[in-house]
Design a protein around this ligand. Sequence first.
Ligand code: S3P
Length: 173
Amino acid sequence: MNTCSSKHLVLVGMMGAGKSSVGRMLARKLDRPLLDSDELIEQRTGRTVREIWASDGEAAFRALETETLIDALESDEPSVVAAAGGVVLSEANRAALAASDAHVVWLLADVELLVERVKNGMHRPLLDEDPEGTLRAMHDDREALYQEVADAIVSVDHRSVHDVTQAVLRCAG
Ligand code: S3P
């Protein structure tokens, strides 16, 4: 399989769209490392996303998110990158994605599905109150931004992780 042999494959999308689980399967199939933004932030700082958010605030967390994205894009080894959901909020991040030769795939999901999936998301302090309303507002705010960075869009509704992975491989090949 010659799927983007020289490029990073970057998954973007909302919380609960399946970036981490699809990323894991893609990494296995492509025999590439998986660079999962939230995990890398937790490894680097020795703190959970929730702890960083609570003690340092959102701006500090977003700065770590940017650092992690840039490092991932600059890494020499072609990788699968599961970007954090908020990565598209920053213009600098969007520019970094556009300037890189990464192939960016937006995992698009209905808000109903996201609500169902994020029920036990410990690393998602933004969803502590009114998860459904928050996800809807976020989706509306971010839709155009995901669209802006995406080279391809894969719908995840009514699809297993395996099927989504296959669809990403098809459209990234
Ligand atoms: C966020 C998404 C989360 C995590 C943090 C903020 C967002 O990551 O980084 O809670 O703003 O969309 P996942 O997209 O991996 O859930």
